[in-house]
Design a protein around this ligand. Structure first.
Ligand code: NAI
Length: 472
């Protein structure tokens, strides 16, 4: 059967319908460019899905289970004035809700693509020489198209450990870890990055005894270390056993679970048993099947597609965005890159700016930051002042019983310009938006301290922290 492609040539062709690919396709189509977007993803019933790994496999299941586990745990703990008689976890219904939400969001995306004039095809694309793309759809013969501009947005996938192959049951990747049908009694998570910590927190709140292993000697080494230390302390207070400098040497899987032999510095190897093991050691770009062998696109040593400030590859008018391109693998980074590409294709001046890019970790407590860490400022010899304000100073956090954590502001010692804002605590991923805006407009800590905030509100903690810096 021939693929149902409307045209042989396009102004813009986008490979990959994750958030970055969708954004660039829509922006181009809305400018009147003839745009095609392709992605082979289907649900387990074979229906096409748009949204990509971040949205469909990452954000939706994780954020639903995150919220559910939080509420479950809170109700179990009890709140002053609220008694719960019987509380039952129904994971089957939670998974059905996840599936429905994925379908609903994917349908919304498909409708919105169609309204924007994007031709969306459930098919994979492979870049050939001469701005040609080979399109392969299920049960169809491959077809060829050409495009004036091509955007590569095929995303990334989880890395695996050669010594511990995934079996989809006892040893799983982060996607399958969101699909457990029962709460594992004991769970081992390998990798204490954003994804490993998120998974550890979810299943711990549902009742698993969780151990997290990480090979590095500090938690979240790229984050401000006062924030990372608080994260470590907070998880340990919750009974999550985080072990750093832990190397998995060997694994034995039997009918019940997995025994890992771990090596720690200056200690004899020791065994760790878990009903399930999640491997969350990072992600790598999906480039394996993206290019025909004769396509001479430059990749860096880690397999990322090399791009310039307009996200253009070494091949003229061929762009790459999102997880394919070096930088934090966060959806909002991909969206920002997509906007730069759409503007560049439209002939407008645009360039990617990575300094004002928020980092967020959806744990409980949440972690979010913008700008530079204290360690980076010290290393660069930048004169700075800092304040740390605990959430216990914020009345709204106190009345809601969620006053764990703090906010840290770093400002230039001479100009008072804000250099970094780091938050660990309730709603950190929401609160960071104001910090991003402040830094986008080069605000000083005095500007933030003078900004009137609603009282009582969690967001007032930013003003409180800035005021504390003024008074220090
Ligand atoms: P990661 O790179 O953040 O963390 C992986 C961890 O695994 C590291 O701490 C590393 O030391 C450890 N590790 C690697 N090999 C190991 C081994 N053999 N034994 C023990 N530990 C080992 O990767 P993660 O958490 O999988 O996240 C992938 C990407 O997705 C990141 O770029 C992250 O920022 C991003 N992400 C973004 C989110 C967002 O947009 N909010 C949410 C979740 C993830």
């Amino acid at each position: 059967m021939k693929t149902q492609i409307k045209h042989q040539s396009y102004d813009v062709a986008v490979i990959g319908a994750g958030v970055a690919g969708i954004t660039v396709a829509q922006l181009c189509a809305r400018q009147g460019l003839k745009t095609i977007l392709m992605d082979p993803t289907r649900d387990h019933e074979g229906n096409p899905l748009a949204g990509g790994a971040s949205l469909l496999n990452g954000c939706i299941p994780a954020k639903i289970l995150l919220q559910l586990s939080h509420e479950y745990h809170q109700l179990q703990q009890g709140r002053p004035g609220l008694k719960t008689k019987a509380l039952e976890l129904d994971l089957a219904t939670a998974h059905a809700h996840i599936d429905n939400t994925i379908r609903r969001i994917s349908n919304q995306i498909t409708a919105s693509l169609s309204n924007s004039g994007v031709e969306f095809l459930c098919a994979s694309g492979r870049l050939l020489e001469g701005k040609q793309i080979e399109i392969t759809a299920l049960n169809h013969e491959p077809a060829l198209i050409t495009a004036e501009h091509i955007v590569l947005a095929s995303g990334s996938h989880s890395m695996t450990l050669p010594s511990l192959p995934l079996d989809g049951n006892r040893v799983v990747d982060p996607i399958d870890a969101m699909r457990f049908t029962e709460v594992p009694k004991t769970l081992t998570v390998i990798g204490a990055g954003a994804i490993g910590l998120e998974i550890a927190g979810i299943w711990s709140r549902f009742g698993s005894q969780v151990t997290v292993l990480d090979a590095q000697n500090s938690l979240l080494p790229f984050a401000d270390q006062e924030i990372a230390n608080e994260m470590l302390a907070s998880y340990r207070r919750r009974g999550i056993d985080i072990r750093l400098q832990a190397w998995v040497k060997q694994a034995k899987i039997d009918g019940h679970g997995v025994t890992l032999t771990c090596q720690y510095p200056d200690q004899p190897p020791s065994d760790l048993y878990g009903d399930k093991v999640v491997v969350a050691i990072g992600r790598i770009p999906n480039t394996e099947t993206l290019f025909a062998p004769e396509v001479d696109v430059v990749l860096d040593e880690n397999g990322y597609v090399h791009v310039d400030e307009q996200c253009m590859t070494n091949l003229p008018e061929i762009f790459a965005v999102g997880d394919l391109v070096l930088g934090p693998m966060m959806a909002h980074k991909g969206i920002a890159e997509a906007r730069v590409v759409a503007d560049t294709i439209a002939g407008k001046a645009a360039q990617m700016e990575y300094t004002i890019l928020p980092s967020v970790i959806y744990t409980l407590p949440e972690v979010a930051w913008i700008g530079r860490t204290e360690e980076a400022l010290v290393a660069a010899g930048v004169p700075h002042r800092k304040s740390i304000t605990p959430f216990t100073d914020n009345p709204k956090a106190l009345v809601h019983g969620m006053a764990e954590g703090f906010i840290k502001i770093l400002a230039h010692a001479e100009t008072d310009r804000i250099l970094g804002i780091h938050i660990i605590g309730p709603q950190a991923c929401e609160l960071i938006a104001e910090a991003v805006l402040a830094m986008e407009y080069s605000a000083s800590s005095e500007d933030l301290a003078d900004t009137i905030h609603a009282f009582p509100s969690l967001s007032d903690v930013l003003r409180q922290a800035a005021l504390m810096l003024q008074e220090s």
